[in-house]
Design a protein around this ligand. Structure first.
Ligand code: MG
Ligand code: MG
Length: 252
């Protein structure tokens, strides 16, 4: 069952998305060599709460913190800890904010100090693969059109596209139907309707698409130990262009 949001629900999601974007910007501005991922988590949580929202991830499936923070070969679901960021690291931050019962969900990968050219390219392509996907987020298209656009773009750089983890519908639950894989067949899947809200989130590996997780399910990492990146926004399908809730004007 795919929910179509009412105008008041959409307004709550707009605010949730904006707060999530503010939290991302605060984390981005705090990233420096020597800061711990727990310190970044605290900054994100503070901004989310100060703006009247709650961290969506805290306690979800037993997750102990507000931000998923995944460094270098960790793709997603990293748990903040005492690790201190080093020059040349890349760090993926995934945040959720719940406002008046509705969620905003978005992720970014940032550089720590000076990073390699190949890492810069991975981050840039991962971000652009989201925008390639969202070009297809139009009335009458299908979920598979978004997936196909993301996967085709990312794979054209020789990158691996894991399929074990997907984008998703989002609303009063953080994870709703439909799943939005990061690769797939055009013309397949659910047809897009105005009022659907989706979180599309390319997770892209520099090497093989294969990943593994820690025994408890957290810390999803690349199997070959190569770098990976993550980029996500929550958006609304409209009669016209999709409306992105989690992207500030100065970040476009
Ligand atoms: Mg997310
Ligand atoms: Mg998500």
């Amino acid at each position: 069952m795919i929910s179509i949001k009412s105008s008041s629900e959409i307004e709550a999601m707009r605010v949730a998305g904006h707060i999530n974007a503010l939290a991302h910007m605060a984390v981005r501005d705090a990233i420096r060599v020597g800061i711990s991922t727990l310190e970044l988590d605290a900054i994100a949580e503070k901004v989310i709460r100060e703006n009247g929202a709650e961290p969506s991830f805290l306690g979800l499936y037993g997750f102990p913190n507000s931000a998923c923070i995944s460094v270098n070969d960790c793709l997603i679901h990293g748990i903040p800890d005492h690790y201190r960021l080093k020059e040349g690291d890349i760090v993926s931050i995934d945040l959720g904010s719940k406002y008046h019962g509705f969620h905003g969900d978005s992720a970014r990968t940032w550089a720590v100090g000076e990073i390699s050219e190949e890492a810069k390219k991975l981050i840039k392509v991962t971000r652009q693969s989201f925008f390639e996907g969202i070009k297809m987020a139009r009335l009458g298209n299908r979920v598979g059109d978004i997936s196909h656009a993301i996967g085709t773009y990312a794979k054209s750089f020789g990158y691996g596209v894991p399929l074990d983890y997907t984008g998703h519908g989002v609303g009063s639950a953080l994870h709703e139907a439909p799943a939005v894989p990061n690769d797939g067949k055009a013309g397949t899947g659910v047809r897009l309707k105005a009022g659907m809200t989706l979180a599309v989130e390319p997770m892209i590996n520099m090497g093989s698409a294969r990943t593994y997780a820690r025994a408890d399910g957290w810390y999803v990492k690349t199997y070959d130990g190569k770098l990976c990146a993550h980029y996500e926004n929550t958006f609304l399908i409209t009669e016209d262009e999709p409306e992105i809730f989690t992207l500030l004007d100065d970040e476009k």
